[in-house]
Design a protein around this ligand. Structure first.
Ligand SMILES: Cc1cc2nc3c(=O)[nH]c(=O)nc-3n(C[C@H](O)[C@H](O)[C@H](O)COP(=O)(O)OP(=O)(O)OC[C@H]3O[C@@H](n4cnc5c(N)ncnc54)[C@H](O)[C@@H]3O)c2cc1C
Length: 517
């Protein structure tokens, strides 16, 4: 590594974001929109050019609607109509995914949007807000200095700079320097099996816009449709690679039995990489003025397409809290809620993706029988049942992710509790999500709001949305005339059956949020 040549001028920003992957870019977008001065740096010369994470989950799209990003992602992405299971080249199950989450979310489908195109879109949007990623700028280290941090950066010419910021956000990926300086552990492990990922141009029956998974006895292959015609992503297990030296593995070296079984004709390989899957969660997501987000905080198998979405969720969870603290609308203790809210989900996710990954990749006889016989037969039947479809969608789409039991969650009204996601209800050609784009505290009442609640909200400039009572609200679990206090990231903070303003006032005061309206 070249030595830093000289010290540059100190620059001050509110938040220094290290890393311009999807996590850092979303954090920069949200913070900028909320009026926070950010610097976003990345050591790489240019944005990623490979597809990597493909799935954009429904919850991410719901959150993206706050910044009008949802439609752009949908327009540029690809809705996957069905998932097909094959065994040994024979079709075993066709699972219809059209409207799989119908009635649960405005985004009731499985969407594919390659990560490189996704990052390009986020960079464009950030540019429109006047923020550019500072490329070839590397974080070397940082230290806390009382009420701020001082970060050592090395710029494109190798010149060093000490950058001051109130907070530092480590969005710097699996090998995070921020995590290293924090001194937190990253316990977990690495699976033995090697996998490959290849973006190819191809033809053949499975190149049809649907997702195909071949659960062969001796091989594993998933074929994801990409946005361009004839372009697909292959993910497969590397078995008995056809090379015996230390040279990097090539596409020609991996077993092609499943590819041949499915009659896929590869015309061009645009990107090929092999990798081992890790499963790790950092011991801490915060140390003083430093935070860990995205792959810097948690990594796990790509099964279920959760990794990138979870990083984006981290960013949106932290952004409004940093914005409130920087603007002195909340006490710094609000930031304490970031770690418990996000680490609990990350740990559950790593455990569940571990189970799923073990199921699809194990080599034992029993695992093979489950994978190649039981699973396809069972899935083709139960996927027809509404409750199972909904369960499957809810689990994967992150719409069940919640902060119930966390430090910012209070109360229950109907079947809806503080810390939960607001149930989506479509009504009269509109829905109850429209006001969430305000990105600020607000109150929802379904039914009639008490006059004193309306006056209190007006006096405190807290937006109050009143939805005349309908039976659809009851079906969604909402209680008539109760008040639901929503956080700027749209999660429910407080659910109060009484609908009284005093409860909201007490909630704000007890959490040091007195000035955050
Ligand atoms: C081959 C491959 C295939 C994948 N496939 C899938 C998939 O199918 N599904 C899925 O969900 N996920 C997949 N992933 C994972 C997914 O890409 C990550 O979860 C996602 O990129 C995490 O985003 P992030 O912003 O947290 O981190 P990253 O995207 O890793 O971004 C971190 C950024 O920080 C920068 N950086 C690092 N250190 C410094 C420093 N010291 N100073 C300045 N900048 C720094 C890096 O240059 C990088 O741009 C895949 C990953 C790989 C590598």
């Amino acid at each position: 590594m070249p030595k830093t040549e000289q010290r540059g001028v100190k620059m001050r920003s509110d938040v220094l974001i290290v890393g311009a992957g999807p996590t850092g870019l979303v954090l920069a977008l949200w913070l900028t929109k909320l009026g926070v001065r950010v610097r976003i740096i990345d050591k790489s010369e240019q944005p990623g050019t490979t597809s990597r994470a493909l799935a954009v989950q429904a919850r991410t799209l719901e959150l993206y609607s706050q910044l009008d990003l949802d439609q752009a992602v949908i327009e540029r992405g690809h809705k996957v109509p069905a998932v097909n299971l094959w065994v040994g080249g024979k079709p075993k199950a066709h699972l219809d995914f059209t409207d799989i989450g119908s009635g649960l979310t405005p985004y009731a489908f499985l969407l594919i949007f390659p990560q490189d195109e996704h990052e390009k879109l986020l960079i464009e949007r950030l540019g429109e807000l006047g923020i550019a990623v500072e490329r070839q700028t590397e974080l070397i280290g940082y230290r806390e200095a009382g009420d701020h941090v001082v970060a050592d950066l090395r710029g494109p010419t190798g010149v060093g700079e000490a950058c001051e910021a109130l907070y530092i956000a480590g969005c710097d990926g699996a090998h995070s320097i921020v995590r290293h300086v924090m001194g937190t552990g990253f316990p977990g492990g690495t699976y033995q099996r090697v996998f490959y990922v290849a973006d190819v141009e191809a033809s053949g029956p499975p190149v049809d816009g649907e997702l195909h998974v071949d659960l062969d006895e001796a091989d594993f292959l998933a074929i994801f449709p990409l946005t361009a015609e004839k372009h697909v992503r292959l993910i497969g297990a590397v078995r008995n690679p056809r090379h015996d030296d230390d040279s990097p593995l090539r596409f020609e070296d991996v077993g092609h039995q499943a590819i041949d079984h499915l009659k896929v004709k590869i015309e061009k390989v645009n990107w090929f990489s092999s990798y081992r899957v890790h499963h790790r969660v950092a011991d801490r997501f915060r140390q003083g003025r430093a935070f860990l987000l995205g792959d810097a905080a948690h990594i796990h198998s790509p099964v279920g397409g959760q990794g990138m979405n979870t990083g984006i969720g981290d960013a949106i969870n932290l952004a409004w809290k940093l914005a409130a603290v920087v603007a002195q609308r909340a006490s710094a203790s609000l930031l304490d809620s970031y770690e418990p809210e996000r680490i609990a989900f990350a740990r559950r996710l790593v455990a569940s993706t571990d189970r799923a990954f073990t199921m699809v990749s194990s080599e034992g006889t029993l695992a093979r029988i489950v994978r190649t016989r039981l699973a396809p037969a069972l899935l083709s039947q139960i996927v027809r049942f509404g409750p199972f479809r909904r369960f499957m969608f809810r689990t994967v789409s992150q719409t069940t992710l919640n902060y119930r039991g966390g430090p910012l969650a209070a109360g229950t009204a109907g079947a809806v509790s503080g810390g939960g996601r607001l149930p989506w209800v479509k009504i009269d050609g509109g829905d109850n999500f429209a006001s969430l784009s305000l990105m600020q505290w607000q109150v929802h009442v379904y039914g009639t709001a008490r006059p004193e609640l309306a006056s209190w909200c007006a006096a405190h400039r807290l937006p109050l949305q009143i939805f005349p009572w309908r039976k659809q609200y009851e079906a969604a679990g909402l209680a008539c005339d109760a008040s639901y206090l929503l956080r700027p990231d749209s999660y429910i903070a407080l659910a109060d059956p009484s609908g009284a303003p005093e409860t909201i006032e007490r909630y704000f005061n007890s959490r040091g949020l007195a000035g955050s309206r």
